[in-house]
Design a protein around this ligand. Sequence first.
Ligand SMILES: [Zn+2]
Length: 117
Amino acid sequence: MADEITKPAAPEQAAAPEAGARPSGPRPGGRPGQRPGGSGRDGGRKFFRRKKVCKFCTEKIDNINYKDVRLLSGFVAESGKIVPRRLTGVCTPHQRRVTEAIKQARNIALLPFAAGH
Ligand SMILES: [Zn+2]
């Protein structure tokens, strides 16, 4: 680092004009925001898949009661929205029953329609 003074300036100046011609650059003057190569695209996924099984299938809950707010609230987001099936892992027939139950529960004000009123 401190050797800058001892370094002769002559070879740098001589090499400078010729360095303009790149024999075979790795990036042919492409975009500046290009990511430096090296790590391919193998580490793409941040979320590894968890094995999700439908909660109602495992616990064999067949009829979902709309009065069961504690159960239903697990499928309602904080905003009051129904959590989509892909997030909860509930199977389709059970998700349908959950949504129906949530809507019924909303009508009797057990669950919110939307947050922040
Ligand atoms: Zn199920």
